[in-house]
Design a protein around this ligand. Structure first.
Ligand code: FES
Length: 146
């Protein structure tokens, strides 16, 4: 089987799909090569992510990784969410085929973009290095084979 049971579960029954009106932070990232787009909405109370929703216009792996990423950051602090790596997302899904690893990068980047948006809206200072790959060539990591 090319895809794990967890990938199939999150692809066919994705969690936290939708939009949060009046979100405190919104992150949108895209893969320039395949054209897939991921948008994540965060509701934040204090320093904690109290709700998260996503919309992904993309492949099954992008949907599965978005879905599990929302579960992984819900209820977490912003600093915890910023440590979410695409590797952790892939591990939580029991793996992805090598040619689909790049899809998981979208999930990591969308979470980071949403937190950055929250920081920017509230004039909260942060270390630029945390977001260095955003709005750049974030989707051209070595793992990308699109
Ligand atoms: Fe574009 Fe998966 S995110 S092919």
């Amino acid at each position: 089987m090319l895809y794990s049971a967890k990938v199939m579960d999150h692809f066919t029954n994705p969690r936290n799909v939708g939009i949060i009106e009046n979100a405190d932070g919104v992150g949108e990232v895209g893969n320039a090569k395949c054209g897939d787009i991921m948008k994540i909405y965060l509701k934040i109370d204090g320093n904690v992510i109290t709700d998260v929703k996503f919309n992904t216009f993309g492949c099954g792996s992008a949907i599965a990784t978005s879905s599990i990423a929302t579960e992984m950051i819900k209820g977490k602090t912003l600093s915890d969410a910023l440590t979410l790596s695409n590797r952790a997302v892939v591990e939580a899904l029991d793996g992805l085929p090598p040619q689909k690893i790049h899809c998981s990068v979208l999930a990591e980047e969308a979470v980071k973009a949403a937190v950055k948006d929250y920081y920017d809206r509230n004039s909260i200072e942060y270390d630029d290095k945390i977001f260095k790959n955003l709005n750049g060539c974030a989707h051209c990591h070595d793992s990308c084979s699109v």
